[in-house]
Design a protein around this ligand. Structure first.
Ligand code: NDP
Ligand SMILES: O=CC(=O)O
Length: 376
């Protein structure tokens, strides 16, 4: 079965979208964010206990022939029909670092009722002045809110904030949801899932791909896994913070996907760094290399974005180097768990470790190039 939907944009162009049940099934895991012209109004409230939820997948006939139906899948949002008391959903946010702050800010700007907590309380203040409420512990946030997001540094902090003393698991309970958007390993995510589920609450892991700027612009990519009903419930919130979302099934799959992606990214950056250094050594202009790379098959937004500052030895922090090294370390552990050889990632990891030993942990991960300079 399929339907044709014509949508007029402000320009002369028309987009045709087919709603197809077959294609809907094929792309059930991937939902790019809908165009602004199709987006629902900001979420000022949605039900505490959603009784009914509906989501559509839409396919553009103007895109190239879909070799993979998911490439053309657009979600019209998981629309939750407000049949309950209609009171605003209380959204908690734990962890207000480089990523957590803009993500929470986007929820507040969209009109959500947001309550924040951060280990260093001062980082809550800008959000409080934007209208957020504050609770003095993760436990109290989880007890007060219907849905709680957590964006923490690493497996240790994610586990501590979720399951430690005054952690979220102590306050959460049936009917509530916990969404961990931190980058952690599979075992940690499963452990957190176990603690949260034992309280009767739901759990979704939802690590993000995309850095500081995509977080500010609401352009993150969510790699989710866990309770599907929680995924459906939080989809409108994910769509405020992100441009697309993947639902990957069982807990652990989101964490694993994120680690694989960041393993590739860490190796790419290390390789790019070698190229920049080598080009300069043989008398070429590294800035020209950046331009050449940008125009060819190996172009990547990351090179275009970071290359010009790397050639000036500037590394304004978007993705801290210590987190990239953590992700490589965790990805190597993932590979080892299935006896997969990852020599490139292992070599890259060593380079990031050298960079850390040079005091570059809190610089952007592109500062890995300094490890190569130090080796000369
Ligand atoms: N930056 C990026 O580009 C991206 C980062 N990520 C991932 O997102 C997560 C957060 O990254 P980012 O925001 O950059 O990191 P930051 O280092 O900026 O923030 C880390 C957050 O974790 C908190 N934290 C650290 N240790 C503890 C602890 N022991 N107990 C309680 N809270 C703790 C910090 O609190 P405090 O303020 O008190 O230090 C802070 O809120 C990481 O897992 C990272 O790998 C994913 C995609 C992109
Ligand atoms: O985890 C980092 C990112 O840019 O994605």
């Amino acid at each position: 079965m399929s339907w044709l939907v014509r949508i007029s944009s402000s320009s002369n162009s028309h987009h045709h979208f087919f709603l197809s049940s077959t294609a809907m099934a094929m792309c059930s895991s991937f939902c790019p964010r809908i165009p602004n012209s199709l987006r629902q109004k900001p979420i000022f409230s949605f039900p505490r206990k959603p009784l009914f939820s509906l989501s559509f997948k839409v396919f553009s006939s103007q895109a190239p022939a879909p070799t993979n139906a998911s490439a053309n899948c657009i979600s019209l949002n998981s629309m939750t029909i407000p049949l309950s008391d209609g009171s605003p959903t209380r959204v908690g946010f734990l962890g207000l670092g480089i990523m957590g702050t803009p993500m929470a800010q986007n929820l507040i700007k969209a009109g959500c009722d947001v309550t924040v907590w951060n280990r260093t309380k001062s980082k809550c203040d800008p959000l409080i002045s934007l209208g957020a409420k504050y609770k003095p512990s993760a436990e109290e946030v989880a007890a007060y809110c219907d849905l709680t997001f957590a964006m923490l540094a690493d497996p240790e902090s994610a586990l501590d904030v979720a399951c430690g003393k005054q952690g979220a698991a102590s306050g959460i309970g049936p009917g509530k949801g916990y969404v961990d958007v931190s980058t952690v390993d599979v075992a940690t995510s499963k452990l957190i899932n176990g603690h949260i589920k034992a309280t009767g609450a739901s759990f979704l892991e939802a690590p993000v791909s995309g850095s500081k700027k995509p977080a500010e612009d609401g352009q993150l990519i969510f790699l989710t896994a866990g309770d599907k009903s929680l995924y459906d419930t939080v989809a409108p919130l994910l769509d405020i913070m992100g441009k697309s979302r993947f639902y990957l099934g069982d807990v652990g799959n989101g964490a694993a996907m994120k680690l694989v992606v960041n393993m590739i990214m860490g190796s790419m950056m290390a390789s790019f760094s070698e190229g920049l250094i080598l080009s300069e050594k043989v008398g070429l202009d590294p800035d020209v290399l950046v331009e050449v790379v940008a125009q060819g098959a190996i172009s990547a937004p990351m090179y275009k974005l970071k290359g010009p500052s790397m050639t000036k030895s500037l590394y304004p922090t978007a993705f801290p180097l210590k987190h990239q090294q953590k992700d490589l370390r965790l990805a190597l552990g993932l590979a080892e768990s299935v006896s997969q050889s990852t020599p490139i990632a292992a070599a890259a990891n060593e380079l990031y470790k050298v960079a850390k030993s040079h005091g570059l942990s809190d610089q952007d991960f592109s500062a890995v190039i300094e490890a190569l300079k130090a080796k000369q």
